[in-house]
Design a protein around this ligand. Structure first.
Ligand code: GLY
Length: 262
């Protein structure tokens, strides 16, 4: 049995721009260092390849400081890319800038037509469901207009609420397998994952929740040993990656790739 939610043949990434120093962030803890970011990103791409993905790496786009976070302007389901409408003003143009690469790399491309907004970081997919967290970046109108596109691809859409003050739904959660998620205690308590098994991040390790399952591995940020132990005890094999530069601009493991199968 194949699991389209975590078994992938391909990934699409975009190199971090030098302008990533202007990337959006909720709290300023200093700018990322472009060279250090490039090194972290290179290790991330190597990990995707080691996990079995053929990775296409797009050139940096200096026009968009946050464009390394390629998951936000698009959603890929069953080899079809849906071009989304990112909810931050400085990121809106990322969708059109990414579209040609989606046409080149995916089986099919459709456009979300909406006056609202949807960020890919608010979307967690299981094998047959799309969980969409409303947030400051994803609006009810965007969710309503996304629904028919998702349903046409054989998925059901479940609209949830991202906790206040959290950038994206997947800032606090990630899929571990078809019926298990890793989530912060706060998001786990919200009931968003009704019917699923939830492994909670350990105390003081909320940021570990932004992980990704890629084939046989769970990619987990460095610095969260107690959550890593929980995953190990549950039978998962982790790849620990440094995400300290991405974290300075509110990025993490999920948003640096679009993962898909053709
Ligand atoms: N810096 C990532 C974002 O705010 O979208």
């Amino acid at each position: 049995m194949t699991h389209p939610s975590f078994q992938f043949t391909h990934a699409l990434c975009r190199l971090p721009s030098k302008s990533v120093t202007d990337g959006l962030r909720a709290q300023d803890q200093g700018d990322p260092d472009p060279l250090a970011f490039a090194a972290e990103h290179a290790a991330y791409i190597s990990a995707l390849r080691d996990a079995g993905c053929a990775v296409t790496v797009l050139p940096a786009d200096e026009n968009f400081p946050d464009s390394v976070f390629i998951e936000d302007p698009a959603l890929v389901l069953n080899g079809t890319a849906i071009v989304l409408r990112p909810g931050a003003e400085t990121r809106l143009g990322e969708a059109a800038a990414l579209r040609p690469a989606l046409v080149e790399n995916m089986n099919n491309v459709v456009d979300l037509q909406t006056a609202g907004y949807v960020d890919g970081g608010d979307i967690l997919c299981t094998d047959d469901r799309v969980l969409l967290g409303l947030s400051a970046r994803t609006s009810e109108q965007g969710a309503a207009d996304l629904r028919p596109l998702v349903e046409a691809l054989g998925y059901t859409l479940h609209v949830l609420q991202t906790p206040p003050d959290i950038l994206h739904f997947k800032t606090e959660s990630s899929l571990l397998d078809e019926s298990t998620v890793l989530a912060t205690p706060a998001l786990a308590a919200s009931g968003a994952f009704y019917g699923m098994t939830v492994i909670e991040t350990a105390a003081g390790e909320d940021a570990a929740a932004n992980a990704i399952r890629v084939n046989d591995f769970v990619f987990l940020s460095a610095g969260y040993p107690n959550t890593a132990k929980r995953l190990e005890d549950a039978g998962y094999t982790s790849k620990i990656l440094n995400t300290s530069q991405a974290a300075l601009v509110d990025g993490g493991l999920s948003c640096m790739s679009l993962r898909y199968s053709l």
